[in-house]
Write a protein that binds this ligand. Sequence first.
Ligand SMILES: O=C(O)CCC(=O)C(=O)O
Length: 326
Amino acid sequence: MTNMNLPWVESPFFKEILAEKQLSEEQKRIATEYNENGFIVLSGIIPQTLIDEVQKDSEKMGFDKDFPITTYRDANRVQDLWTVSENAKQLACYPQVLEILEMLYGREVIPFQTLNFKVGTQQKAHSDTIHFSSLPAKYMCGVWVALEDITPENGAVYYYPKSQRLPEYDFSSIKDGVNDSSYNDYSEYEVFIESLMKQYDIEKKCFYAKKGDILIWSSNIIHGGSPLLNKESTRWSQVTHYYFKDCIYYTPMLSNMVTNELFLRNNLVNIRTNEPVKQSFNGEEVKFIKTSKDKYIINNRIRKSNTLFKFVGNLVYKHFTKKDFR
Ligand SMILES: O=C(O)CCC(=O)C(=O)O
Protein backbone atom coordinates (compact mmCIF):
# COMPACT_ATOMS: atom_id res chain seq x y z
CA MET A 1 0.00 0.00 0.00
CA THR A 2 1.39 3.42 -0.95
CA ASN A 3 1.22 5.92 1.91
CA MET A 4 0.84 9.61 1.32
CA ASN A 5 0.56 12.65 3.54
CA LEU A 6 -3.14 13.03 2.74
CA PRO A 7 -6.41 11.82 4.25
CA TRP A 8 -7.03 8.35 2.82
CA VAL A 9 -10.27 9.53 1.14
CA GLU A 10 -8.24 12.11 -0.80
CA SER A 11 -5.50 9.68 -1.78
CA PRO A 12 -4.88 8.64 -5.42
CA PHE A 13 -4.49 5.15 -3.90
CA PHE A 14 -7.96 5.29 -2.38
CA LYS A 15 -9.23 2.03 -3.91
CA GLU A 16 -6.18 0.08 -2.76
CA ILE A 17 -6.58 1.45 0.79
CA LEU A 18 -10.35 0.87 0.82
CA ALA A 19 -9.86 -2.79 -0.08
CA GLU A 20 -7.75 -3.24 3.06
CA LYS A 21 -10.12 -1.47 5.45
CA GLN A 22 -12.70 -3.24 7.58
CA LEU A 23 -15.75 -1.12 6.80
CA SER A 24 -19.48 -1.79 6.52
CA GLU A 25 -21.11 -1.60 3.08
CA GLU A 26 -22.66 1.75 4.02
CA GLN A 27 -19.30 3.16 5.15
CA LYS A 28 -17.73 1.98 1.88
CA ARG A 29 -20.49 3.69 -0.10
CA ILE A 30 -20.03 6.96 1.79
CA ALA A 31 -16.24 6.89 1.47
CA THR A 32 -16.35 6.04 -2.24
CA GLU A 33 -18.79 8.83 -3.07
CA TYR A 34 -16.77 11.28 -1.01
CA ASN A 35 -13.55 10.26 -2.73
CA GLU A 36 -15.09 10.60 -6.18
CA ASN A 37 -17.20 13.71 -5.78
CA GLY A 38 -15.75 15.60 -2.79
CA PHE A 39 -19.07 15.70 -0.93
CA ILE A 40 -21.75 13.49 0.57
CA VAL A 41 -25.39 14.19 1.46
CA LEU A 42 -26.94 12.52 4.51
CA SER A 43 -30.55 12.56 5.73
CA GLY A 44 -32.36 11.41 8.84
CA ILE A 45 -29.40 11.58 11.21
CA ILE A 46 -30.13 14.68 13.27
CA PRO A 47 -33.36 14.68 15.35
CA GLN A 48 -35.83 17.35 14.18
CA THR A 49 -36.14 18.58 17.79
CA LEU A 50 -32.44 19.51 17.85
CA ILE A 51 -32.75 21.21 14.44
CA ASP A 52 -35.67 23.30 15.77
CA GLU A 53 -33.80 24.20 18.98
CA VAL A 54 -30.74 25.37 17.02
CA GLN A 55 -32.96 27.49 14.78
CA LYS A 56 -34.62 29.04 17.85
CA ASP A 57 -31.24 29.73 19.52
CA SER A 58 -29.94 31.32 16.30
CA GLU A 59 -32.93 33.63 16.32
CA LYS A 60 -33.08 34.36 20.05
CA MET A 61 -29.37 34.52 20.83
CA GLY A 62 -27.45 34.86 17.59
CA PHE A 63 -29.55 37.42 15.78
CA ASP A 64 -30.99 39.30 18.74
CA LYS A 65 -28.70 42.32 19.07
CA ASP A 66 -29.56 42.58 22.77
CA PHE A 67 -28.33 39.08 23.53
CA PRO A 68 -24.72 39.38 24.74
CA ILE A 69 -22.29 37.52 22.52
CA THR A 70 -18.57 38.20 22.21
CA THR A 71 -17.96 36.54 18.85
CA TYR A 72 -18.45 38.07 15.39
CA ARG A 73 -21.97 38.65 14.15
CA ASP A 74 -23.67 40.76 11.50
CA ALA A 75 -27.22 40.86 10.14
CA ASN A 76 -26.84 37.54 8.30
CA ARG A 77 -24.23 35.43 10.08
CA VAL A 78 -23.12 34.64 13.60
CA GLN A 79 -19.75 33.07 14.25
CA ASP A 80 -19.36 30.54 17.05
CA LEU A 81 -22.90 30.53 18.37
CA TRP A 82 -21.81 27.31 20.11
CA THR A 83 -20.13 29.44 22.79
CA VAL A 84 -23.58 30.46 24.06
CA SER A 85 -25.88 27.80 22.64
CA GLU A 86 -25.62 24.25 23.94
CA ASN A 87 -27.86 23.19 21.04
CA ALA A 88 -25.52 24.66 18.40
CA LYS A 89 -22.67 22.88 20.19
CA GLN A 90 -24.57 19.59 20.19
CA LEU A 91 -25.21 19.92 16.47
CA ALA A 92 -21.53 20.65 15.80
CA CYS A 93 -20.57 17.59 17.88
CA TYR A 94 -23.36 15.22 16.85
CA PRO A 95 -21.84 11.79 17.57
CA GLN A 96 -22.99 10.02 14.38
CA VAL A 97 -21.61 12.84 12.25
CA LEU A 98 -18.29 12.86 14.09
CA GLU A 99 -18.09 9.09 13.66
CA ILE A 100 -18.53 9.43 9.88
CA LEU A 101 -15.89 12.18 9.72
CA GLU A 102 -13.41 10.08 11.68
CA MET A 103 -14.08 7.15 9.37
CA LEU A 104 -13.46 9.37 6.33
CA TYR A 105 -10.30 11.01 7.65
CA GLY A 106 -8.82 8.30 9.88
CA ARG A 107 -7.95 10.84 12.60
CA GLU A 108 -9.60 12.38 15.62
CA VAL A 109 -11.93 15.13 14.46
CA ILE A 110 -11.72 18.68 15.82
CA PRO A 111 -14.83 20.84 15.40
CA PHE A 112 -13.42 24.38 15.63
CA GLN A 113 -15.88 26.91 14.20
CA THR A 114 -19.63 27.27 13.75
CA LEU A 115 -21.38 29.77 11.48
CA ASN A 116 -25.12 30.27 11.74
CA PHE A 117 -27.00 31.94 8.92
CA LYS A 118 -30.38 33.58 8.87
CA VAL A 119 -30.51 34.20 5.13
CA GLY A 120 -28.64 32.83 2.11
CA THR A 121 -25.01 33.99 2.04
CA GLN A 122 -24.86 34.50 -1.75
CA GLN A 123 -21.18 33.80 -1.24
CA LYS A 124 -19.15 33.55 -4.45
CA ALA A 125 -17.50 30.27 -5.40
CA HIS A 126 -14.43 29.45 -3.32
CA SER A 127 -12.56 26.57 -1.74
CA ASP A 128 -12.30 26.40 2.05
CA THR A 129 -8.58 25.73 1.71
CA ILE A 130 -7.95 29.46 1.21
CA HIS A 131 -9.33 30.01 4.72
CA PHE A 132 -8.50 26.74 6.47
CA SER A 133 -5.52 24.73 5.30
CA SER A 134 -3.43 22.13 7.02
CA LEU A 135 -0.08 20.39 6.80
CA PRO A 136 -0.35 17.55 5.88
CA ALA A 137 -2.85 18.96 3.39
CA LYS A 138 -6.62 18.52 3.26
CA TYR A 139 -7.32 17.48 6.85
CA MET A 140 -10.32 19.80 6.94
CA CYS A 141 -13.97 19.61 5.98
CA GLY A 142 -17.27 21.46 6.36
CA VAL A 143 -20.64 20.12 7.50
CA TRP A 144 -23.60 22.24 6.42
CA VAL A 145 -26.99 21.56 8.02
CA ALA A 146 -30.34 22.89 6.76
CA LEU A 147 -32.45 24.25 9.63
CA GLU A 148 -35.37 24.70 7.22
CA ASP A 149 -36.28 23.46 3.73
CA ILE A 150 -34.12 24.94 0.99
CA THR A 151 -35.65 25.93 -2.35
CA PRO A 152 -34.47 27.87 -5.44
CA GLU A 153 -36.00 30.92 -3.70
CA ASN A 154 -33.86 31.10 -0.56
CA GLY A 155 -30.27 30.82 -1.75
CA ALA A 156 -29.24 27.16 -1.81
CA VAL A 157 -25.63 26.20 -1.24
CA TYR A 158 -24.06 25.14 -4.55
CA TYR A 159 -20.99 23.08 -5.26
CA TYR A 160 -18.95 21.72 -8.15
CA PRO A 161 -18.66 17.93 -7.82
CA LYS A 162 -15.12 16.59 -8.32
CA SER A 163 -13.54 20.08 -8.12
CA GLN A 164 -11.79 18.96 -4.90
CA ARG A 165 -9.23 17.23 -7.13
CA LEU A 166 -7.99 20.51 -8.58
CA PRO A 167 -4.86 22.08 -7.04
CA GLU A 168 -5.35 24.15 -3.88
CA TYR A 169 -5.33 27.71 -5.19
CA ASP A 170 -4.48 30.82 -3.20
CA PHE A 171 -3.42 34.38 -3.98
CA SER A 172 0.05 33.25 -5.06
CA SER A 173 -1.63 31.38 -7.94
CA ILE A 174 -2.82 34.67 -9.43
CA LYS A 175 -0.63 37.53 -8.13
CA ASP A 176 2.78 38.12 -9.63
CA GLY A 177 4.50 39.88 -6.70
CA VAL A 178 6.47 38.36 -3.83
CA ASN A 179 5.12 40.83 -1.26
CA ASP A 180 2.39 39.92 1.21
CA SER A 181 -1.10 39.85 -0.22
CA SER A 182 -4.19 40.73 1.79
CA TYR A 183 -7.93 40.33 2.03
CA ASN A 184 -8.16 43.05 -0.67
CA ASP A 185 -7.07 40.38 -3.16
CA TYR A 186 -10.04 38.16 -2.32
CA SER A 187 -12.38 39.45 -5.06
CA GLU A 188 -9.70 38.74 -7.67
CA TYR A 189 -9.48 35.19 -6.31
CA GLU A 190 -13.26 34.81 -6.61
CA VAL A 191 -13.22 35.96 -10.24
CA PHE A 192 -10.41 33.50 -10.91
CA ILE A 193 -12.29 30.57 -9.34
CA GLU A 194 -15.43 31.35 -11.30
CA SER A 195 -13.47 31.53 -14.59
CA LEU A 196 -11.80 28.25 -13.70
CA MET A 197 -15.13 26.46 -13.27
CA LYS A 198 -16.18 27.74 -16.72
CA GLN A 199 -12.84 26.84 -18.25
CA TYR A 200 -13.04 23.25 -16.97
CA ASP A 201 -16.78 23.14 -17.71
CA ILE A 202 -17.50 21.65 -14.29
CA GLU A 203 -21.18 21.08 -13.63
CA LYS A 204 -22.69 23.13 -10.80
CA LYS A 205 -25.14 21.47 -8.41
CA CYS A 206 -27.48 23.05 -5.87
CA PHE A 207 -28.27 21.51 -2.51
CA TYR A 208 -32.06 21.67 -2.26
CA ALA A 209 -32.03 20.22 1.20
CA LYS A 210 -34.94 19.21 3.37
CA LYS A 211 -34.82 20.50 6.93
CA GLY A 212 -32.25 18.41 8.81
CA ASP A 213 -30.32 17.27 5.71
CA ILE A 214 -26.55 17.42 5.90
CA LEU A 215 -23.92 18.20 3.29
CA ILE A 216 -20.36 17.18 4.13
CA TRP A 217 -17.82 18.85 1.84
CA SER A 218 -14.13 18.23 1.53
CA SER A 219 -11.66 21.05 2.09
CA ASN A 220 -10.95 21.81 -1.56
CA ILE A 221 -14.36 21.45 -3.19
CA ILE A 222 -15.47 24.68 -4.86
CA HIS A 223 -18.76 25.89 -3.40
CA GLY A 224 -20.79 28.99 -2.53
CA GLY A 225 -24.31 30.35 -1.97
CA SER A 226 -26.89 30.90 -4.76
CA PRO A 227 -28.55 34.28 -5.28
CA LEU A 228 -31.77 34.90 -3.32
CA LEU A 229 -34.70 34.81 -5.71
CA ASN A 230 -37.02 35.83 -2.90
CA LYS A 231 -35.32 38.69 -1.06
CA GLU A 232 -37.65 38.28 1.93
CA SER A 233 -36.87 34.61 2.48
CA THR A 234 -34.95 33.19 5.40
CA ARG A 235 -32.44 30.36 5.05
CA TRP A 236 -31.72 29.17 8.58
CA SER A 237 -28.65 26.96 8.53
CA GLN A 238 -25.54 26.05 10.48
CA VAL A 239 -22.17 25.12 9.07
CA THR A 240 -19.42 23.68 11.24
CA HIS A 241 -15.81 23.61 10.14
CA TYR A 242 -13.63 20.71 11.25
CA TYR A 243 -9.92 20.03 11.33
CA PHE A 244 -8.29 16.73 12.22
CA LYS A 245 -5.65 15.99 14.86
CA ASP A 246 -1.87 16.22 14.45
CA CYS A 247 -1.57 18.88 11.78
CA ILE A 248 -0.28 22.41 11.33
CA TYR A 249 -3.29 24.69 10.81
CA TYR A 250 -2.99 27.91 8.79
CA THR A 251 -4.81 30.41 6.59
CA PRO A 252 -3.33 30.79 3.08
CA MET A 253 -5.37 33.98 2.51
CA LEU A 254 -3.38 35.74 5.26
CA SER A 255 -0.09 33.91 4.65
CA ASN A 256 2.62 34.67 2.14
CA MET A 257 2.43 31.52 0.07
CA VAL A 258 5.35 32.56 -2.16
CA THR A 259 7.80 32.74 0.76
CA ASN A 260 5.95 30.08 2.76
CA GLU A 261 5.42 32.39 5.71
CA LEU A 262 2.30 31.03 7.32
CA PHE A 263 -0.47 32.78 9.18
CA LEU A 264 -0.98 30.08 11.79
CA ARG A 265 -4.33 29.35 13.39
CA ASN A 266 -2.84 29.46 16.86
CA ASN A 267 -6.06 30.16 18.71
CA LEU A 268 -8.18 27.22 17.68
CA VAL A 269 -10.44 25.75 20.35
CA ASN A 270 -11.84 22.24 20.09
CA ILE A 271 -15.61 22.76 20.41
CA ARG A 272 -16.02 19.23 21.76
CA THR A 273 -13.55 19.58 24.63
CA ASN A 274 -13.14 23.36 25.02
CA GLU A 275 -9.37 22.70 24.89
CA PRO A 276 -6.91 24.70 22.79
CA VAL A 277 -5.76 22.80 19.70
CA LYS A 278 -2.06 21.87 19.48
CA GLN A 279 -0.12 22.16 16.24
CA SER A 280 2.13 19.31 15.12
CA PHE A 281 3.12 17.53 11.92
CA ASN A 282 1.70 14.02 12.18
CA GLY A 283 2.22 14.26 15.93
CA GLU A 284 5.85 15.44 15.71
CA GLU A 285 6.65 18.68 17.50
CA VAL A 286 7.16 21.57 15.10
CA LYS A 287 9.23 24.69 15.72
CA PHE A 288 8.31 28.02 14.23
CA ILE A 289 10.26 31.20 13.60
CA LYS A 290 8.29 34.41 13.62
CA THR A 291 9.07 36.48 10.53
CA SER A 292 6.57 39.31 10.88
CA LYS A 293 3.73 40.43 13.13
CA ASP A 294 1.54 37.46 12.28
CA LYS A 295 3.55 35.06 10.10
CA TYR A 296 5.84 32.14 10.80
CA ILE A 297 8.11 29.76 8.98
CA ILE A 298 8.67 26.20 10.07
CA ASN A 299 12.23 25.33 11.00
CA ASN A 300 12.87 22.10 12.85
CA ARG A 301 16.65 22.51 12.76
CA ILE A 302 16.34 24.87 15.72
CA ARG A 303 17.86 23.07 18.71
CA LYS A 304 16.91 25.53 21.42
CA SER A 305 13.55 25.33 23.09
CA ASN A 306 10.68 26.73 21.16
CA THR A 307 10.01 29.42 23.75
CA LEU A 308 13.59 30.69 23.78
CA PHE A 309 13.71 30.66 20.02
CA LYS A 310 10.42 32.50 19.77
CA PHE A 311 11.83 35.12 22.17
CA VAL A 312 15.02 35.52 20.14
CA GLY A 313 12.98 35.44 16.92
CA ASN A 314 10.82 38.26 18.25
CA LEU A 315 13.88 40.34 19.17
CA VAL A 316 15.38 39.79 15.74
CA TYR A 317 12.07 40.62 14.14
CA LYS A 318 11.69 43.80 16.19
CA HIS A 319 15.26 44.85 15.42
CA PHE A 320 15.06 44.33 11.69
CA THR A 321 11.42 44.85 11.03
CA LYS A 322 11.67 48.34 9.59
CA LYS A 323 14.85 47.72 7.66
CA ASP A 324 14.91 44.24 6.22
CA PHE A 325 11.77 42.34 6.89
CA ARG A 326 9.22 44.54 5.10
O1 LIG B 1 -24.01 28.74 3.41
C1 LIG B 1 -23.59 29.16 2.34
O2 LIG B 1 -24.32 29.74 1.52
C2 LIG B 1 -22.13 29.00 1.98
C3 LIG B 1 -21.27 28.73 3.18
C4 LIG B 1 -19.84 28.61 2.82
O3 LIG B 1 -19.46 28.81 1.70
C5 LIG B 1 -18.83 28.22 3.81
O4 LIG B 1 -19.13 28.07 5.00
O5 LIG B 1 -17.66 28.02 3.42
